[in-house]
Design a protein. Structure first.
Length: 337
């Protein structure tokens, strides 16, 4: 077993020039007591909803048991992942490059047979592993809790949730390491990472809506074209992309993606009808509720346009990784150390 491990380690060393950097990053980062404490708290918080599901009473209706896991994912885990995972990532990765630049060890590292590209890639991979270990432990235990609870455990749903969560985490790691590579001090890296986290979590929708208002008020672009642009901008956010992908996966039938995209808007009735019919190829329908009339969007029998589809949104997540790494490498490659 040990020889197989050494053989794999040796194969990775020979194949990837960045692997020694990633290995060192992982070993150095896991020595941090603060990171261990934060990871423990994160795992505990991550398990709370699943633990609650596990210890619910015995008299659960069949229809509730069938959708219970999906309910907890949509009502609790979407917020846990989008709010807490980036905080873990920032703590684990904001000093990935800037710390070594300040201490001078980065010059020593680059004096070895490693290029600056190797350093960036290795640090992204290494810090992803650091964050990924507690994340996968938390997700695995959550799956076990759901599996032994009274809720119906749907392996395919949980697998997609895991995949989307890991992809979102990789994007955030790439962002933070890229910012660290572009900044000269830890404080600037931390501030930059915090600003990006806050904007992606709370400000991006405002940007998309502002662009829509700008198109309507100053360029006279209204109707379907306006809302196509707004939805496109909304889906560029990694946070919004993760949420709508997960909501789409949690839905049922061909209209799941339509419903997930439609729920991203809070506009007037006429605008909502336009968004449903002309942007998402759905059928707008007015229904009555205790809060008054509201428009819902039923599937029109065909899928949403391809550029708003789940595969396109998932691809956009990984494009962010490449963009963040490219910008960081461009900056890092030209800086005087």
């Amino acid at each position: 077993m040990a020889s197989e491990k050494q053989g794999l380690d040796g194969a990775l060393l020979e194949t990837f020039d960045w692997y020694p950097v990633a290995k060192k990053e992982f070993r150095d980062a896991i020595r941090s007591k603060g990171l261990w404490i934060l990871s423990f708290l994160f795992t505990a918080l991550f398990l709370l909803p699943a633990g609650r599901a596990l210890f619910l009473g015995e008299n659960i209706r069949r229809d509730v048991a069938e959708v219970g896991m999906q309910f907890f994912i949509s009502s609790a885990y979407l917020n846990i992942v989008t709010l807490l995972v980036p905080i873990i990532v920032i703590f684990a990765a904001y000093a990935a490059v800037s710390e070594e630049r300040v201490s001078g060890s980065l010059k020593v590292l680059l004096s070895l047979p490693f290029s600056r590209r190797d350093v960036i890639i290795g640090k992204v991979v290494g810090r992803s592993a650091v964050v990924g270990v507690p994340l996968m432990i938390a997700i695995t235990l959550t799956g076990v809790f759901f599996a032994i609870s009274q809720f119906q455990f749907k392996f395919d749903v949980f697998a997609w949730f895991t995949l989307f969560t890991v992809a979102f985490t990789l994007v955030m790691v790439a962002f933070v390491v890229s910012i660290s590579g572009a900044m000269s001090t830890n404080l600037r890296s931390l501030a930059g990472s915090g600003i990006v986290y806050f904007y992606l979590s709370f400000g991006w929708n405002s940007l998309a809506n502002w662009i829509g208002d700008l198109l309507a008020d100053y360029l006279g672009i209204t109707g379907a074209l306006r809302w196509n642009v707004v939805l496109f901008v909304k889906l560029l956010s990694p946070t919004q992309a993760y949420k709508t992908l997960t909501n789409s996966m949690l839905g049922e039938g061909s209209g799941a993606a339509t419903t997930a995209r439609y729920s991203m808007f809070r506009q007037g009735p006429e605008s909502m009808k336009t968004i449903c019919a002309d942007v998402l190829a759905g059928n707008p329908k007015t229904v009555q509720s205790m809060f008054g009339n509201r428009t819902v969007c039923e599937s029109g029998g065909s899928a949403v346009p391809f550029y708003f589809s789940d595969p396109a949104v998932f691809l956009s997540l990984f494009l962010w990784i490449g963009l963040a790494a490219a910008i960081s490498y461009y900056t890092f490659d030209r800086v005087d150390l």
